[in-house]
Design a protein around this ligand. Sequence first.
Ligand code: DX5
Ligand code: ZN
Length: 223
Amino acid sequence: MIKLTPSILSADFSRLGDQLKMLTQAGVDTVHLDVMDGHFVSNISIGLPAITSLRKNTDLVFDVHLMISNPKVYVKRFAEAGADIITFHVESCWSAADVLEVIDLIKQTGKRVGLTLKPNTMVRTVYEFVPHVDQVLIMSVNPGFGGQDFIKESLRRVQKLRNHANSIGVDLDIQIDGGITLSNIKDVLDAGVNIVVVGSAIFGEKDIRTATTNFMKILEEYQ
Ligand code: DX5
Ligand code: ZN
């Protein structure tokens, strides 16, 4: 199943309710929410109160990407705020045991588990966790900011992860995030991605609904 999950990082936050409606009208059912703490990454975005209030206004599935230090302290609160999928960074953990503990904490909340890694972290770092998570997010830019250029090496990283998942018989959801446009989306699908995050190529456009529809059309043709 191939999916588009728009990231609201580049949205107009004063019109977020309306902008989410446009996504729904274009057929989107999941939205990507980027949480940055100014410590794990050098930027600050939205947090718990924003997610709590958005939850009251939409039925969209919330895919929460935590770019924060010490995720284990916060996962329960993000689940309570309305996250449906909680993705955390392997680099925010001290050890493999720590990663497994965060995975377990997310599972205890009943939410789906995502694990992600920065472009400079070796893909094999996450191999041992693949059987325990629902999705792995390959970051195709350095996390922290929208609107950056896609790092081409990410394609090879996706292929490696897809090959690994196949080799151990896991039907893994592989997500990609950063620098996705109408020009490179087919390349990431060819590499083995099935969940695509798109930020500025949707919210940076004047007509958000049409921009979303253009991505949805490509994904539908690809199914
Ligand atoms: C970057 C965020 C992304 C970002 C993607 O740290 O994780 O989700 O919003 O934005 P674009 O698509 O503009 O690279
Ligand atoms: Zn993200």
